[in-house]
Design a binder for this molecule. Sequence first.
Ligand SMILES: Nc1ncnc2c1ncn2[C@@H]1O[C@H](COP(=O)(O)OP(=O)(O)OP(=O)(O)O)[C@@H](O)[C@H]1O
Ligand SMILES: [Mg+2]
Length: 363
Amino acid sequence: MSFIEIRHLRKEYDNAVPLQDVSVSIGKGEVIGIIGPSGTGKSTFLRCLNRLETPTSGSILIDGEDICRPDADLAKLRRRMGMVFQSYNLFPHMMAVENIMRPLQSLLGVSVRDAYDEAMEQLACVGLDDKARRYPDELSGGQRQRVAIARALAMHPDIMLFDEPTSALDPGMVSEVMSVMKELSQTGLTMLTVTHDMRLAKELSERVFYMDQGGIYEDAPAAKIFEDPSGERTRDFIFDIRSWRYALSSENRDMHEMLGSLDDFCRRTFMSKMQADSCRHAVEELAVSHLLADIDTHPEHRFGITVDYREESGETKLLVRGSPLPESGEPVSDAILAGAAKRLPDDEKGRAVFSIISRAEDK
Ligand SMILES: Nc1ncnc2c1ncn2[C@@H]1O[C@H](COP(=O)(O)OP(=O)(O)OP(=O)(O)O)[C@@H](O)[C@H]1O
Ligand SMILES: [Mg+2]
């Protein structure tokens, strides 16, 4: 029997069914990332797990005990399951150390002295023992989130649930929370983390659930999900994050804006200068030599350019596609070939494709 066994879990609201039929087994100590589009039931799934929500049907067994039964001991369940939310939920009028002590005293009946010792120990674990007497508004977002993690850990849970733990943080603070979470993931805790931050999901998790349309659509090792997902919707989701799309039409043909948006994309994906230059050449060439002319002859159509960015075994692959196929069918000029871009056969949808491949050491 696995540690957490979920069978035919369903959750309905009056006008939404966020979880249709979820069955999955989770082993003790597994570190799981949960990703997927907005509104696909990720938070609902976590909230059912610690019974902040009551499932409509199905069962959730934790260590063999069905927590969906009406007589389930929810207080005991919540003690063994820590939860960290996007919005810290710290008491503003209490110091960091008091925020951690309070639930120990009220839920577990721990003495003030023991609660204090425990709180200080947990603060030290998240690197904040020197901030124990600060109030939440005297702490940065990353520090507040670390206090929230310490508060959950003080209960000595064996399962930790995180719902978007980094999404309210400035980019600079994400890594401090991430490194605390990474350390935790080595301690044998069973962890489930819902996140829109693909870097967090990738670096933290061993196993990833891709949730879509009320269920776990793909369940696979993290490396598989991020490098070579099996499901079509997973592929779309994963690769969309690394795709740039730009629509051109007779109303919108502003090359300057288009290239500005492309530059942003190149920065976000940490492309090297060589890659970014090649990409720019291919996009510019495609737009100027082909698509703009086609827009003039077919002003009723919308035209688009996409760039897909992938990293695979030390190589960066950029695919630049123009849609639809340049009507003229003329060969692409040397300007592209002079960059690193290579013209490939048109894809199955008849789009022109250029490929730019560079090795990691070119970066
Ligand atoms: N208390 C509620 N009452 C009614 N509908 C709800 C309730 N909670 C969630 N829903 C609906 O259930 C669906 C799934 O919501 P959920 O919050 O689980 O999505 P999510 O995957 O966590 O999304 P996001 O990535 O945006 O956080 C949504 O359509 C939402 O509107
Ligand atoms: Mg959510």
